[in-house]
Design a protein around this ligand. Sequence first.
Ligand code: FAD
Length: 88
Amino acid sequence: MGAGVGVPGQGPGADAGSPAVVGAGVGGAAAAHFLRQRFGRGARLAVLERAAPGGRVATVRLEGAGYEAGGAVLHPLNLHMKRFVSDL
Ligand SMILES: Cc1cc2nc3c(=O)[nH]c(=O)nc-3n(C[C@H](O)[C@H](O)[C@H](O)COP(=O)(O)OP(=O)(O)OC[C@H]3O[C@@H](n4cnc5c(N)ncnc54)[C@H](O)[C@@H]3O)c2cc1C
């Protein structure tokens, strides 16, 4: 896992404050998605990425064609990821 999340004030009815997610790979993107769900559109949420969104999930383009250069296959027993994809 290459991302981190700082969330001030957790728990029912908590103020979101200004949570920051470090890293926009799958982990960070998922964390940002669930933080947005939890605290709503009004919350300030920062996603900090030092390279490119996607992290180890990456598509490279060669001579006009796209190739997956990282994570591309979801194992059918990865229920967390299956649920996350169906939520999107
Ligand atoms: C070649 C390859 C093939 C793979 N195939 C599969 C597959 O088929 N199926 C599968 O399930 N998994 C596969 N994986 C594994 C999968 O890609 C990773 O487990 C997953 O993408 C990791 O996601 P992550 O968000 O935890 O980390 P990462 O994708 O590493 O994301 C972390 C992000 O945080 C950023 N970051 C780190 N530190 C900082 C910082 N200090 N400030 C700002 N940004 C920062 C990085 O730049 C990066 O974008 C594969 C991996 C590789 C390399």
